[in-house]
Structure formats: structure tokens, C-alpha cells
Design a protein around this ligand. Structure first.
Ligand code: CP
Length: 320
């Protein structure tokens, strides 16, 4: 077999069958995944960015919610690793005829699948699936609960600037109440020893932020002055109930919490991240997203490497 990359699982006892959330993963697990991802990141820069690690595996991507980055990234990662890939969209399936989630997954499982990547609007669906089928389950976002692969790719991207995140100041700014990304990032970043400040309108600041051990700020100027990295989060208008809006207007939100070119001039040290999709002119000025202080597109490239590492480890991590 090829020795193109020298991954060796023997040096760390990676015990997990599933990736349901970072709550279940230790600091050592996270650092190990990020280390493995580095090998896959190097492969992506090669003329032929492929390894046959998953060539005997069948993977289903089960998406009940819209996605661009996560879905394409998983599919590309799986194909680059030689897996057989099946894509399921609830909108074009028998879900429309009333089939339950449990029956759907049991039917898919009968086709002898090894792994399921699932995105669903309800928190806990990935956990539920572990009780329905024998396959490895990867959470690609469950409601406002967790989005572990996003947080892992975020931490990987941060490590490219600051290899050791211990003591680093990370700000997460935006719609906290509807975000699964914030919860997974707080869990992961605190485990790696970073200091996390979460900033946004009071109406969008849930109690769990402080309970998890992050700082809370309602002042974007203080936050940007303090941080090494500012991760803006999307305002999720589709998850707000009509009549219970959490801020008066998009314009006011941008004035109070949007990152502007003026901020880049005033605070020259922080790097900008965003998990996407970006609402240009809301979370940040359009020019900020495209500036050389932004690593938003690097996050997307890194996501591919991180997802390859996760697929590799959860498939048993056979040496190639
Ligand atoms: N960051 C993220 O989860 O993007 P998608 O919704 O496009 O997958």
C-alpha cells in the first residue's frame, strides 16, 4: 500500500465510535484530530489530492436542513478518500410522504452502510440515530445544540495563526441564542485553554454562555480591542419567530455589533473568522469579509482536511 501519508493510530488510543458533540471529547482527543487533519491538509495541496483510506466504506449524508459548506465538504472529503457516497435530502425523499426519521434511517441502514453524517433542525437527532442503527454517526449540526466539525475546523484554522491556543483571546460575536457553532466552539476552545468572550445583544445572550465558563460582553469595541481572533456569527433570521424579534432592525444590529473597516484600522491585531454563510453588511461590512484580515475561505479549505481526519479516525483509522 502507498506510504503517501504516515498516519499511525498506535500513538494515541482514540476510543470514539461517533462524533455527536465536543462535550464528549477530551482535550487530547481534539488535539489528536487536529494533528491528523494537518496530514490531510498537506494532501489537499498535492497534484492528486486523494487517498484510498475509505475505499471499502459506504457513507450516507442525511441532510434534513439546508447546507452548502458542510454538505459539500463532507461529500468531497468522502470522495477524496475513496468511499461510496449516498446523498439524502429530506425535500426529495419519502419524508414528504410522511415517513418517520426512525423508519428512514432503518431503511437506509438495511443497505449496509458504515457511517451516517446527519444534519437536522432538532437537537439530539444524532444521539437518537445511535440507538437506531449500528453505523458510526457524525453530527453535522443539530438545531441550536452542537456543530462539532465546524468548531474543529475553526480551531484548526486558529492553530495556523497561533499553534498553541492556550491563553489566546477568542471573541465570538453575533446571534448566540440560535447558534450551535458557539456551543461547540466554547466547549472546544476552553478545553484547549483559550479564553473565550461572547459578545452580542442582551436579548441574544443565553445563560449557558456564562455557565459554560465563557465571558460575556455587550460592547464590541472592548471585545475587538481584547481579542486575537474575532469570529462573527450569522444572524439567523429564519429561526426568529415573527413578533418576537430580538433586535429592532438589521441596521441597528450592524451599527452596534457589526465589524467595520474602522474597527480594522483602530484594532490592528485581530483576525476575522465566520463559519458562513455571511450576511454581508450585517455581521460585518462586505469589505471586511474580503480583507486580508479575514480567513473565512481558509476555514472552508481547512474544513475539508478536518472532515477527512474525522472520517479516517471514526472508520477505524486503518494505516495506509
Ligand atoms: N458553516 C456551516 O455550517 O455552513 P452550511 O450551513 O452551509 O453547511
Amino acid at each position: 500500500m502507498t506510504d503517501e501519508i504516515a498516519l499511525d493510530k498506535a500513538d494515541y488510543d482514540f476510543q470514539h465510535k461517533h462524533l455527536l458533540g465536543l462535550a464528549d471529547y477530551t482535550k487530547e482527543d481534539i488535539l489528536y484530530i487536529l494533528e491528523q487533519a494537518q496530514y490531510f491538509r498537506e494532501i489537499l495541496d498535492r497534484a492528486v489530492p486523494k487517498v484510498p483510506t475509505l475505499r471499502d466504506k459506504t457513507i450516507v449524508n442525511l441532510f434534513y436542513e439546508n447546507s452548502t459548506r458542510t454538505r459539500l465538504s463532507f461529500e468531497l472529503a468522502q470522495k477524496r478518500m475513496g468511499a461510496d457516497v449516498v446523498n439524502f435530502s429530506s425535500g426529495s425523499s419519502s419524508v414528504k410522504k410522511g415517513e418517520s426519521l426512525k423508519d428512514t434511517i432503518r431503511n437506509i441502514s438495511s443497505m449496509k452502510i458504515d457511517m451516517v453524517v446527519v444534519r437536522h433542525e432538532s437537537p439530539g437527532v444524532p444521539h437518537f440515530l445511535t440507538r437506531c442503527v449500528d453505523a458510526a454517526i457524525i453530527n453535522a449540526g443539530d438545531g441550536a445544540h452542537e456543530h462539532p466539525t465546524q468548531a474543529l475546523l475553526d480551531m484548526f484554522s486558529m492553530q495556523q495563526i497561533y499553534p498553541d491556543l492556550e491563553g489566546r483571546h477568542i471573541a465570538i460575536i453575533g446571534d448566540i441564542s440560535h447558534s450551535r457553532v458557539v456551543r461547540s466552539n466554547i466547549l472546544g476552545l476552553l478545553k484547549l485553554g483559550a479564553e473565550v468572550t461572547v459578545c452580542g445583544p442582551k436579548t441574544m445572550m443565553p445563560a449557558f454562555v456564562k455557565e459554560m465558563g465563557a465571558n460575556v460582553s455587550y460592547n464590541i469595541e472592548e471585545t475587538l480591542q481584547w481579542c486575537d481572533i474575532a469570529m462573527a456569527l450569522r444572524i439567523q433570521l429564519e429561526r426568529q419567530d415573527e413578533g418576537t424579534e430580538l433586535f429592532p432592525s438589521i441596521r441597528e444590529y450592524h451599527q452596534l455589533f457589526g465589524i467595520t473597516m474602522k474597527h480594522l484600522d483602530e484594532y490592528p491585531d485581530f483576525t476575522i473568522m465566520h463559519p458562513g454563510p455571511v450576511n454581508r453588511g450585517v455581521e460585518m461590512e462586505s469589505r471586511v469579509a474580503d480583507s486580508d484580515r479575514s480567513i473565512i475561505l481558509d476555514q472552508v479549505t481547512n474544513g475539508l482536511a478536518v472532515r477527512m481526519a474525522i472520517l479516517y479516525l471514526l472508520s477505524g483509522g486503518t494505516r495506509i
